[in-house]
Design a protein around this ligand. Structure first.
Ligand SMILES: Nc1ncnc2c1ncn2[C@@H]1O[C@H](COP(=O)(O)OP(=O)(O)OP(=O)(O)O)[C@@H](O)[C@H]1O
Ligand SMILES: [Mg+2]
Length: 339
């Protein structure tokens, strides 16, 4: 007798998360896996001096915000005016989010931590004016995975950050792209150079080099299971597991706004994806990236059959403007499938 656990398992495609603006705003703190991230438990790789330098830059950034204003007749020479923002630019898995969360934990006062996509979703849900009213005056706005995918984001973010900085807020961001190169290869970024440069100029850029920390200990491949292994893995999951064909998941993702993917996967320990195949279009690929980001934040395991998940982005996609995004998702899927 063959047992088909997949027919009884819950399906991801049956989940329809609705999240109110209040829920989106309420979610603005570091993901659980960064709950204890600190500057002290970040271990800089000695082979890459920029890592230790980044820790120091974070420390200095917090100290600047708490330093008393210098007196008018102070004899000390005036230090160059520190910028209101710090921008961590680096490759995958070098600890950018860790450092951003550490900065957030260290900062006092009203503070927020979210991904770029969460902030844009909140602006969409609340409306621009209400979003400004909500965030203004905060001591820290931490923005993980800063990316400009289209002109709309570019206009909204350059304006929003301008207003927040004017209200006294300080901004910290992470990205796989240096600030002046944001948008390149994705849209006609040259038409928005004024906004992109205005945005970039608010930040001191801190470049972090290094190897993917997630790959320090593991084989760099996503595990693809045989149907038998897959069934066994799913059966071994005690709670919160879904099983769907990969193709159905891609179709479902198209019906949910990416800012709500966090609700889509909430409460799950693992997801099962059957018959994974190479992606054939960029829209699906970008949605998968957004899903993987949320799975990674929540440390939801992936069990999969078919094409190994580190091979779903075809060469021509990897050659385009979203290359870094795809590589980041690959690194994360490798981490989530090996466990
Ligand atoms: N130098 C380090 N010392 C201690 N832990 C680290 C270090 N670098 C990374 N980590 C840990 O490795 C994991 C991956 O790091 P993190 O997610 O911060 O990298 P990232 O640069 O944000 O990657 P991505 O480009 O995928 O967003 C996290 O659990 C983080 O706490
Ligand atoms: Mg990160």
């Amino acid at each position: 007798m063959t047992v088909e656990p997949t027919t009884t398992a819950a399906r991801l495609i049956d989940r329809q998360p609705g999240m109110t603006a209040a829920e989106l705003v309420g979610h603005l703190s570091p993901p659980p896996q960064f709950a204890t991230a600190s500057l002290e438990n970040y271990v800089p790789d000695e082979r890459y001096p920029s890592q230790a330098a980044a820790v120091e830059a974070m420390r200095a950034f917090v100290n600047e915000s708490t330093a008393p204003a210098r007196g008018l007749f102070s004899r000390k020479p005036t230090a160059p005016v520190a910028k209101p923002g710090v921008y961590l630019d680096g490759g995958f898995g070098v600890g950018k989010t860790h450092l951003l969360a550490a900065l957030w934990h260290r900062t006092r006062g009203r503070k927020y931590f979210g991904t770029f996509i969460e902030y844009t979703a909140i602006v969409g849900a609340l409306g621009y004016r209400e979003a400004v009213a909500h965030f203004r005056g905060a001591s820290l706005i931490a923005i993980d995975e800063f990316e400009l995918d289209d002109p709309g984001d570019t206009m909204v973010m350059s304006r929003l950050l301008g207003e927040l900085v004017a209200s006294g807020s300080r901004i910290a961001a992470t990205s796989n792209t240096p600030p002046h190169a944001l948008g390149e290869g994705r849209f006609a970024a040259q038409d928005f150079l004024r906004e992109i440069h205005a945005l970039a100029d608010r930040f001191t850029t801190v470049r972090i080099d290094g190897e993917d920390y997630r790959k320090r200990d593991i084989e760099g491949h996503a595990v693809s299971l045989t149907p038998e292994q897959f069934a066994a893995r799913i059966a071994a999951e005690t709670a919160g597991v879904t099983v769907d064909p990969f193709r159905d998941v891609l179709r479902h993702l198209a019906t949910v706004h990416p800012s709500r993917y966090v609700g889509l996967i909430s409460g799950l320990d693992a997801i099962g994806l059957t018959d994974v195949e190479v992606l054939s279009n960029q829209t699906d690929a970008l949605r998968l990236v957004a899903l993987v980001d949320r799975l990674y934040d929540a440390q939801v395991r992936i069990h999969a059959t078919g094409v190994p998940l580190d091979q779903v982005f075809p060469e021509e996609m990897l050659a385009g403007g979203y290359r870094k995004k795809y590589l980041r998702a690959t690194s994360r899927m490798i981490a989530l499938t090996t466990a």
